[in-house]
Design a protein around this ligand. Structure first.
Ligand SMILES: CC(C)(COP(=O)(O)OP(=O)(O)OC[C@H]1O[C@@H](n2cnc3c(N)ncnc32)[C@H](O)[C@@H]1OP(=O)(O)O)[C@@H](O)C(=O)NCCC(=O)NCCS
Length: 189
């Protein structure tokens, strides 16, 4: 767990900014600005490069989402002006229509900074902001061993390109349940 300092608790009340205490320092999580874009591309490329499932296009996908107006939420984790991590959220369709569900990802942390809680902080804060937009929930393709801890479930309610059901995962913010064939925004397809 990330312990919250009193100053950080005050920061949480700000709508688009939060500070987590991490590694003995403050970790700011805020929306991207145009000045972050090149570094987000470098970070995403570096984070996915070692991953066997990567097609090497994740960083370009973020640029495409942005260009298409589909980057619903793009958050960066920053420490003393240095970008440490990034997460993107974009609308998805189920059976060909948008019904309040958002795709989580790509999410990236620099390889040498992984396993320090930065990814968790980005995911939890991002989910909170997406939820605040009256979203029904989030959907992602990912390793269940990681996303189970956030409450994601892969139970076959959603299908995506013949992938195993446990990697096509969803998290509902209310009582709604997703079902059907998943399509991501064009930038991710
Ligand atoms: C996935 C990622 C964003 C997580 O960020 P992070 O800051 O390293 O994660 P955290 O420190 O919050 O969490 C660490 C925990 O997640 C686990 N974990 C990290 N990446 C994992 C993965 N790909 N699969 C399964 N578990 C993973 C670690 O084993 C650790 O588990 P533990 O707490 O039981 O020891 C980061 O590892 C990353 O950038 N990976 C490369 C890009 C990627 O795979 N993105 C996700 C695609 S679905």
């Amino acid at each position: 767990m990330i312990a919250l300092h009193a100053v950080e608790k005050a920061a949480i009340s700000a709508p688009h900014w939060i500070a987590h205490r991490l590694m003995g320092t403050f970790l700011d999580i805020r929306p991207e600005t145009p000045a972050d874009r090149d570094e987000i591309h470098r970070l995403t490329t570096a984070a996915f490069a070692p991953m066997p499932f990567s097609d090497g296009n994740e960083a370009d996908c973020i640029n495409q989402l942005r260009a298409d107006g589909d980057l619903t939420l793009s958050l960066v984790a920053v420490d003393e002006g240095v970008l440490l991590g990034h997460i993107a959220f974009s609308p998805v369709q189920l059976n060909g229509s948008f019904d309040g569900w958002y795709g989580l990802g790509p999410v990236s942390v620099w390889p040498h900074l992984q396993r320090k809680g930065i990814g968790k902080a980005l995911i939890e804060h991002g989910l909170g902001l997406v939820r605040a937009r009256s979203a029904r929930g989030c959907i992602l393709i990912g390793d269940p061993a990681y996303y189970l801890r956030f409450g994601f479930i892969g139970d076959g309610r959603i299908s995506y390109r013949g992938l195993p059901e446990n990697v096509v995962q969803w998290l509902a913010f209310g009582n709604g349940r997703p079902a059907g064939i998943l399509t991501f925004s064009p930038g991710l397809e």
